[in-house]
Design a protein around this ligand. Structure first.
Ligand SMILES: O=c1nc2n(C[C@H](O)[C@H](O)[C@H](O)CO)c3cc(O)ccc3cc-2c(=O)[nH]1
Ligand SMILES: C[C@H]1O[C@@H](n2cnc3c(N)ncnc32)[C@H](O)[C@@H]1O
Ligand code: SF4
Length: 328
């Protein structure tokens, strides 16, 4: 067990919920004719960033459906905003966020090398869940969840020296062997490139009106086992993240979890909207005697290695203490 666990104060901006995939566990995604379908404009996003900054946040999490450009109606919306590719819009949003004083962490699904290369100078870290290396029914109809495609994106991020977040989803039809295989895959990618800062062990939570609404969440025993195995397989410099709005973290910390991810004082978890964030004081109670430490979206070792661009230098220096954690 680590001597402390970390978390990050962030704001969550669900830039678009249009997505080419149809993951059977997901309620984030919308069809373009759904009344909730959206592509957020800078005008709408800016006040969210400013509120977060005022509340002491250091990170903005920009989340997207994957390759929404493959959905014709979305292309029109994007063109109305003056962009022909999502990555160009993300680039602009990251600039706005940095000017507001927040460090971007973008998770836009699978991206190619050129897209990651474009976004690297404006992101403190980026993310993509591997989910699983298994071929599961939950991912039928989701070309972007083919494991080899996800592995490629994670590999490109390594080649580009982007501090990276990935993870696995527990309880989507994968076996114990699949979990082990997924973790070995992540460990090998990190051994090659050294860029994985954290691995999220996310418990599937069934959502109403999805094809997986009646599937059970993983049991506490399965989650404890997954963390123990992850701690065994993953190199020591990778943090293991669990989401404190989805599961009680205390026992999982005893098993080796060392990070509680982004929690937001001002926004909801748009992927798990039913699960409210604990406040920092509630988080303190949840971890009992364990010390809590606030981090930035880029982990201390990547600040030390200088894995960030000139664009982020002043902001990181103003937010980080000498050890690379949040300056108090
Ligand atoms: O609020 C959430 N934050 C999620 N985050 C945010 C994450 O907790 C933080 O942004 C990172 O720890 C960086 O500080 C993700 C980030 C990724 O790169 C990949 C997947 C996730 C998943 C979630 C999630 O389900 N809910
Ligand atoms: C951003 C990440 O959120 C996770 N995600 C999407 N839907 C669910 C759900 N029902 N339960 C838990 N995690 C989910 C996926 O792992 C995705 O990659
Ligand atoms: S989980 Fe991500 S990729 Fe899958 S349908 Fe939802 S938004 Fe799309």
């Amino acid at each position: 067990m680590d001597e402390f666990v970390t978390f990050c104060r962030n704001v969550f901006v669900p830039v678009t919920n249009i997505c080419r995939n149809k993951c059977r566990y997901c309620t984030f995604r919308c069809d373009p004719d759904d009344p909730d379908a959206k592509l957020m404009k800078i005008d709408e996003i800016l006040p969210i960033l400013e509120d977060g900054k005022k509340a002491g946040c250091t990170e903005v999490l920009f989340t997207f459906g994957e390759y929404a450009e493959e959905v014709p109606r979305y292309k029109e919306w994007l063109e109305e905003l003056g962009y022909s590719k999502t990555v160009d819009y993300i680039y602009e949003l990251c600039k706005v966020a940095i000017n507001t004083g927040l460090l971007p962490h973008t998770n836009a699904g699978v991206l190619n090398y050129t897209e990651l290369e474009k976004l690297k100078p404006l992101n403190a870290s980026m993310g993509l869940m591997l989910e699983t290396t298994a071929d599961v029914a939950a991912h039928e109809g989701s070309p972007g969840k083919i494991p080899s495609k996800r592995i490629k994106t994670i590999r490109y991020a390594g080649e580009l020296h982007i501090p990276f977040t990935t993870g696995i989803l527990i309880g989507i039809g994968e076996t114990l062997d699949d979990r082990i295989n997924s973790l070995i895959t992540i460990a090998e990618l990190h051994e090659e490139y050294g860029h994985i800062q954290e691995v999220i062990i996310q418990n599937f939570t069934p959502k109403p009106d999805t094809p997986m609404a009646d599937m059970p969440s993983p049991t506490d025993e399965e989650m404890m086992q997954a963390i123990l195995i992850a701690r065994e397989i993953l190199p020591d410099d990778i943090a293991i993240q669990v989401a404190p709005n989805l599961i009680d973290p205390y026992i999982l910390i005893q098993c080796g979890a060392s990070d509680l991810g982004g929690i937001s004082p001002t926004t909801i978890d748009w992927i798990n909207p039913e699960a409210e964030w604990p406040s920092v004081s509630e988080l303190k109670e949840m971890v009992h005697e364990t010390e809590l430490k606030e981090r930035l979206p880029i982990y201390p070792q990547y600040i030390k290695k200088g894995w960030y661009s000139e664009n982020l230098k002043d902001l990181i220096n103003s937010l980080a203490d000498d050890d690379g954690y949040r300056k108090l």
